[in-house]
Design a protein around this ligand. Structure first.
Ligand code: GA4
Length: 335
């Protein structure tokens, strides 16, 4: 039997509200996918913020709503049911624990692999996970329909980026997500409303601590509850107004490397809400494990690479040894 011990509320990381800029980030770059002129805007957004919002996408609202209702059903089911998805190692159900190195947050989540190559049986033999339970969530939750559409949109965005960067091969980034061995993952986070924040004089309990995403690109959709913040270059954390009919996209560490630092992988975090619960679903588009991650030659423009060469597997292994807030790219930077 899996025993899940959850840390007591006094051990949760909090944010001192006096350091938070109360204004909302109303200048979040908005990319209209039905607008051909958006290519330059998208490049600019990746350079300035590593973050933008996408509207007029073709992901059917019915897939989004179906998955949202399945996810709500899953998270409101008894703990004993949720535990059947297996402990998050890393795939499965996690409650308050983030990653294997002691990070905690006011969140429960489920993480599933997305590639067709993934062999549940083989995975089960190297972990304590029952493959039927996680496969059950995967099917029940209509993840497949949703992920197929979101991945299509992610590829479209990556192809616009390649074009905006004047890279000859338009699918240079998207082919990594399309590869049947692509190591992309899908996560649903549920942040229950956290009334305990009163004990901290109104300071917010952290749902998911500050971090950058290791992959190429992350596509996030949330319900109408706020909580997501991004770190601006001026060092201010700023709250992103929620928008359940749009997607928020951020540059991951791997795309930062492939563009030799021209695009920035944005630091972000999630604060809990005292009244409403937040549900977010994120598709993390990653390359195959054996893929070499290095700046694209056409983007070097005679300059040296800022990074030592590494494979995605090497990066991933080192990421799983790190703490959430660590800068995972430093050890791959050239002196
Ligand atoms: C952050 C982005 C994704 O949620 C994730 C996370 C992963 C995990 O929770 O298993 C990590 C974290 C994330 C980065 C550093 C390592 C790995 C927890 C952690 C401490 C699924 C991912 O790919 O990297």
């Amino acid at each position: 039997m899996v025993v899940l011990t959850t840390p007591s509320i006094d051990h949760f990381p909090i944010v001192d509200n006096s350091f938070i800029d109360p204004s909302l980030f109303n200048d979040v770059p908005i990319i209209d996918l039905s607008e051909p002129d958006s290519i330059n805007l998208i490049v600019k957004a990746c350079e300035e913020f590593g973050f933008f919002k996408v509207i007029n996408h073709d992901v059917p609202m019915e897939f989004i709503s179906k998955l949202e209702s399945e996810a709500n059903k899953f998270f409101s089911s008894p703990l004993s049911e949720k535990l059947k998805a297996g402990p998050a190692e890393p795939f499965g159900y996690g409650n308050k624990q983030i990653g294997p190195n002691g990070d905690i947050g006011w969140v429960e989540h489920i993480l599933v692999p997305t590639n067709s190559e993934f062999n549940y049986q083989k995975f089960a033999s190297i972990s304590s996970l029952n493959p039927d339970n996680i496969r059950d969530f995967y099917c029940r939750a209509a993840v497949n329909d949703y992920v197929t559409e979101v991945k299509k949109m992610a590829c479209e965005v990556l192809e616009m980026l390649a074009e905006g960067l004047k890279i000859h091969q338009r699918n240079v980034f998207s082919k990594l997500l399309m590869d049947e061995k692509s190591d992309s993952v899908f996560r649903v986070n549920h942040y229950a409303s956290c009334s305990e924040i009163d004990e901290f004089n109104g300071n917010n309990v952290i749902g998911f601590g500050e971090h950058t995403d290791p992959q190429i690109i992350s596509i996030l959709r949330s319900n109408n509850t706020s909580g997501l913040q991004i770190l601006l270059k001026n060092g201010h954390w700023i709250s992103v107004p929620p928008d359940p009919i749009s997607f928020f996209i951020n540059v991951g560490d791997s795309l930062q490397v492939m563009t030799n630092g021209r695009f920035k992988s944005v630091k972000h975090r999630v604060l809990t809400n005292s009244v409403k619960s937040r549900l977010s679903m994120i598709y993390f588009g990653g390359p195959p494990l054996n893929e070499k991650i290095a700046p694209l030659p056409s983007l070097l423009e005679g300059k040296d690479s800022l990074y030592k060469e590494f494979t995605w597997l090497e990066y991933k292994k080192s990421a799983y040894k790190s703490k959430l807030a660590d800068n995972r790219l430093v050890m791959f930077e050239k002196m």
